[in-house]
Structures are given as structure tokens and as C-alpha cells.
Design a protein around this ligand. Structure first.
Ligand SMILES: Cc1cc2nc3c(=O)[nH]c(=O)nc-3n(C[C@H](O)[C@H](O)[C@H](O)COP(=O)(O)O)c2cc1C
Length: 341
């Protein structure tokens, strides 16, 4: 539809990645959009009502377009006996923090309710991760004037996503912080570097492409925009230490702490693969962590919450991409300016 937001016409071709779990805030999204980039709210883990409030709040802070990101639900790979065994394996950590671990059960993160909220509140852009929504859901949003993007991590996922009729694809490379958007939650995420992944997807795909993963410097942004036929670059980790971000203090502090050196891909915290800074929890539990999202995420929730409260970075999911050491502590506008090509 002609009046939909055109992702190829951003004043600054830089998108602040949606970051569920706290970092994404209305203030961050608005600051990035006010700087000529595209800010994002993350709908994951919050209620549909809270999402509506966040959209309204963001509108009070910017007149510019911004986006909302939703998790596409998929059947869980959790096996009850594996979840029960992991609960046992986590007992000592739970005891250390004085928390009870829940009996987790599957939920779809209020998929229908959140789709209704975005249809009603009509942010300029809606993106999806963890799968491709149906063609009908994409069309309904587009008819409401919303531009739709889908995150992909492999060429076959790009083909499948294109069949749903999105306005653009976000190609997420293995360097990316946070969860891999992989459609199949039990598949080992592809290690193909972002630049070659984009080239392959470009060959078979007609829709505009956004590149995401490990973007830490202006040189990274320029290289991707120049050589790879992408229309914009999406960065998450670069905004984790922004003044407007809601990143937990222990998470932000770990990013500059010499004790923390590398990022790894793990399913220890959530039951599906995500990249984060390696810490004690990962070293202890990655070897025996089961598949099963969202159950494992729910199971580890009280430990993560208590660790955050105690300021203990060793039992918290420190999601971050490979370029985390370059992230600036500064107003988001300054971060946009430092990355803008
Ligand atoms: C803390 C954190 C939370 C994230 N949450 C989401 C999310 O809610 N939805 C989503 O599509 N991607 C999420 N991502 C992934 C980003 O969309 C993006 O792929 C990634 O940040 C790009 O890599 P970079 O962090 O190296 O810039 C998250 C990333 C981080 C670091």
C-alpha cells in the first residue's frame, strides 16, 4: 500500500533493534526516531496492555515513525522430564538467591492480543521474530497502513518469509546479541557470517533487506550499506548502554567489566539459542540445558530477577553481540550520530 512507511527512505539508515526484557523503552525508541533513525519497542514478555501504554507513551515523545516487534509463537520442544531435571539442576542457584522455581507451562506470549494492539494503535512498522506470520496476518497489518518486516537467519527462512508478503526482511547474522530469530528453535543456528548470508539471500529475494548482528562502529554500518545491497542496518547491543535504555544496571556494567571477555551462544537461560556474555550461569548450566522455550525461560526467571536485584551479573542473562565492548554510555542521539554513515 502506497501510504505505508517506506523503510528505504529513512533519514539515517539505522534501526535501533527491539530489545525485550527491559532495554527497549519508549524513551529510547523516541530518541532514536527523533535522531532520524528508526526506534523500536519490544512487545516480548510484556502484557498487551503494557504494549498499548508503551506505544502511547512513545507517541508523546516523538512525532516520527517508530516500530513494534512481536515474537511469533511456535510449538515448544520442551519435554516434561527434561524440564523437571533442569529444575533439579537449578536448585542450588535458587537456594542461593532464596527463590522458588515455578512449574512452567507453555504460553504464546499473548499473540492474538498483541496483534490486536498493533492493528488498533498502528505503529508505522511492525516486525516479527522466531518465525513468519501468516500471509493473512501480514496483509491485515498492511491494510491498516503498517509496514511489516520479518527476521530471518538463513536463505530458506528468507524464502519462507517472503511468501508471507512482508515489506522487508531483517537478516540476522550469528554475531547478533540476544535470541537468534531461527524459525526452528531446536536447529543449531547458522554460523554463516552476516555478509555472506546477505549476499546469498539477496540473490533470491526481491524485498528490501536490513542487516543485523555485531554492528558496533560507523565502519560496520558503512561496509554493510555499501557492499551488500541492504537499505538499513539494525543495531541492538550498541544501544544497551544508552542513557534512555532500560538495561539492568548489572548487565550494562558487565559490558565494560574486564572479568567478562567473550560472548557465547547458549540455551541455558531460555531453552532456545541466544548470544550473551559468558558468565558463571552459562559455564555451569549450558552443558546440560534442555530445549524448551518459553518453559526454560520461565523456569530461570526468578533466579535472573533475583540476580538483577542483587546486582549479580553471573546469574543474569547478559545478552550482547560480539561488538559489545564498543557500546557507548551516552544519549541515544549521540550513539546514532556515532554510527550514522
Ligand atoms: C538485549 C537484547 C534483546 C533483544 N531482544 C529482541 C527482541 O525482543 N526482538 C527481536 O526481534 N530481536 C531482539 N534482539 C536481537 C536484535 O533484534 C538484533 O538482531 C541484534 O541486537 C543485532 O545484533 P547486535 O546486538 O550485535 O547489534 C535482542 C538483542 C539484544 C542484545
Amino acid at each position: 500500500m502506497d501510504n505505508r512507511f517506506d523503510i528505504t527512505k529513512l533519514q539515517v539508515p539505522l534501526i535501533q533493534a527491539p530489545m525485550a526484557g527491559g532495554p527497549s523503552t519508549p524513551a529510547l525508541a523516541a530518541a532514536v526516531s527523533n535522531s532520524g533513525g528508526l526506534g523500536f519497542l519490544a512487545a516480548g514478555y510484556i502484557t498487551a496492555d503494557r504494549l498499548a501504554e508503551d506505544i502511547e507513551k512513545t507517541r508523546t515523545l516523538t512525532a516520527s515513525p517508530f516500530g513494534v516487534n512481536l515474537f511469533v509463537p511456535s510449538p515448544s520442544a520442551a519435554k516434561p522430564e527434561d524440564i523437571a531435571a533442569y529444575r533439579e539442576a537449578l536448585a542450588a542457584d535458587a537456594q542461593r538467591f532464596g527463590v522458588e522455581l515455578p512449574e512452567p507451562r507453555y504460553d504464546d506470549d499473548s499473540w492474538d492480543e498483541k496483534l490486536s494492539v498493533v492493528r488498533q494503535f498502528r505503529p508505522a512498522v511492525v516486525t516479527f521474530t522466531f518465525g513468519a506470520p501468516d500471509h493473512a496476518d501480514v496483509s491485515t497489518l498492511q491494510e491498516a497502513g503498517i509496514a511489516v518486516g520479518i527476521t530471518v537467519t538463513t536463505p530458506p527462512e528468507a524464502n519462507a518469509a517472503e511468501a508471507s508478503g512482508p515489506d522487508f526482511l531483517i537478516v540476522q547474522g550469528p554475531e547478533a546479541g540476544g535470541h537468534r530469530g531461527t524459525f526452528n528453535p531446536t536447529a543449531l543456528p547458522s554460523a554463516q557470517p552476516l555478509s555472506t548470508l546477505i549476499s546469498e539471500i539477496r540473490e533470491t529475494t526481491r524485498v528490501p533487506l536490513i542487516a543485523a548482528g555485531g554492528v558496533a562502529t560507523r565502519a560496520d554500518v558503512s561496509r554493510l550499506l555499501r557492499g551488500h545491497g541492504v537499505v538499513a542496518v539494525q543495531a541492538g547491543t550498541a544501544f544497551l548502554r544508552a542513557e534512555e535504555a532500560g538495561t539492568k544496571p548489572a548487565h550494562a556494567a558487565a559490558m565494560t567489566d574486564e572479568r567478562f571477555q567473550v560472548t557465547v551462544v547458549t540455551r541455558a537461560f531460555s531453552g532456545r539459542y541466544a548470544r550473551g556474555i559468558e558468565n558463571e550461569f552459562i559455564r555451569t548450566h549450558d552443558p546440560h540445558a534442555p530445549f524448551g522455550y518459553p518453559e526454560v525461560n520461565m523456569l530461570t526467571g526468578p533466579i535472573r530477577a533475583a540476580a538483577a536485584k542483587a546486582g549479580d551479573p553471573d546469574y543474569l542473562n547478559l545478552w550482547a553481540g560480539t561488538g559489545f565492548r564498543s557500546a557507548l554510555h551516552a544519549p541515544a542521539a549521540q550513539i546514532v550520530a556515532s554510527l550514522a554513515p
